[in-house]
Design a protein around this ligand. Sequence first.
Ligand code: ADP
Ligand code: MG
Length: 624
Amino acid sequence: MSAPASSPSMTAPAAAPGALTTRTLTLLAVAALAAAWGWLPPFTVTLLNYIGLHALVALGLVMLTGVGGMTSFGQAAFVGLGAYATAWVCTAPAVAEALQGLPPALLPWLGLALGLVLTALVAGVLGAVTLRLGGHYLPLATIAWGLSLYFLFGNLGFLGGHTGLTGIRPLELFGLSLADPRHLGVLIWAVVLLALWALHNLLDSRTGRAIRALKSGRVMAESMGVDTGRLRAQVFLLAALLAAVSGWLYAHLQRFVNPTPFNINIGIEYLFMAVVGGSGHLWGAVLGATLIALLKEQLQDWLPRLLGTSGNFEIVVFGLLMMVVLQRHAEGLWPTLARWARRAGVRPAPARLPAAAPLPTRPLPPPGTVLVEARDVTKRFGGLVANSKVLLEVRAGEVHALIGPNGAGKSTFFNMISGVDDPTEGEVRLLGEPMTGQPSRAFARRGLARTFQHVRLLGQRSVLDNVALGAHLRGRRGWLASMLRLDRHEEAALLAEAMRQIERCGLAEHAHAPAGSLALGQQRIVEIARALAAQPALLLLDEPAAGLRHLEKQALARLLDQLRREGLGILIVEHDMEFVMNLADRITVLDFGTVIARGTPAEVQRDPRVLAAYLGDDGLGGAA
Ligand code: ADP
Ligand code: MG
């Protein structure tokens, strides 16, 4: 399929021609700042420089915490790494001696390289150790490393101890000295704007879709083929590197460093900035950095007057203010600002994507091929046997139904054969390959796609975006390509494929609506569209018809029948017996985790054990 990307079905409803767009507004703001830069009073320039430096760190936190769902109080330590690395390179006599022949103007750039490498190493190790921690342990770990690095800076003799290092050379760029804060500020804000642009691009891409799923949809994302552990480590690294760049710029702005600005207090302040600004929004980082800087300015004036001392009371006031702000604006202030702008007629700029070429397809296994095979699969939860020696296979070109009363172990079995959970005993084979111990993304890679009994969508993202995540493994482009917008052809193809599946499932009119705004039954269909976007050979559907109206069920049955004729194998858990009996080629009946019957719908309906298990359940009687 090749649809021009600008066709109305592909892009979200956007600005009418001539209307003010967010992009225009951003460009105007940047132009205004650039034009005023030379005339701003030195005090304002300094303030803006600090806002830029803080915004860089907060941007990393927006990605890490707001988007990725990992809280860190320890970012200040990475700022310190960036600052100390360049400070050391620029001031250590040993370095000067070793690099005698080199022009001294190169030293800060070596310092940057060292800072980035060190940060990558430290973040790599810390990430490997701490990112596995769930719940409150991760934030606690970030406090621990924030404190350790801070004390390390203060206790290393060659870093000047608590006095720090002075006499750091100014930056030079193309032979121009950036000793004047006004000149360095241009570089600072260029870096901030570049980071904003690159991260905006990143979030609007295949990788970005996967990152957005880290916060609330890890199990789901893994089932779509995303390596969420690796992705978390990468986001963590990104945030750390942004902090290190901020530290590097800071060192050359201040021209001296000591441990104080890399204290855990400051780490908490960075988190304030991201959260108050709007931790899920990139521009929230700039807003948060601005607000906190202005506030701090005021507080440093007022608090000593009010309290008569110059203690560190800002942090207390910040904490209280943050609670007040989050009471009223749970997602920070940026969404409120964005809402005002929308009300004033500002619209997002229309997405421009090139024409989409079809995604590469892979041939389905020939009809009759055994796709998945469960051999004596047993699952125990403590003393409870949820699955007991279940034998089942699904072939290409058939609809196989798994039925049984509530609690029979159907969903548990789905998790066993899709890699979400491991069997206690027994073996699962996918297309002949033993899958023991493999993660669910490996199942996805081999052609399995599934839906979940309890819908797992990103409710705030559009239906289109959710479905496109299903096609994750059909794309290749990664971080750099996305940041630099080199992924547009592939992105257009992924979105076109998602749109095709949405249309096929009858949800075209909802494509741009937030997935969470749909009725629950429709959300289940979105999950089917997402699974189909993966172009699976085997489809697992856990109660897909629950919550659907009669006509919608008929449409679903037609769709599944068509997929079967195309050669997919489908395993379906469903309680609507009429639906199951009319659709399925074969049925396996589970009761208390054990298979009590298997066969064609006619055979199963006559089976006395099945009738006994369903006694009183009018579903089976209704269809018989
Ligand atoms: P079904 O999908 O057939 O309604 P499930 O597979 O969800 O049944 O559950 C089968 C049994 O396993 C139930 O008794 C349920 O309480 C139990 N169970 C499911 N998941 C877990 C779990 N993670 N921990 C403990 N018990 C579980
Ligand atoms: Mg279930």
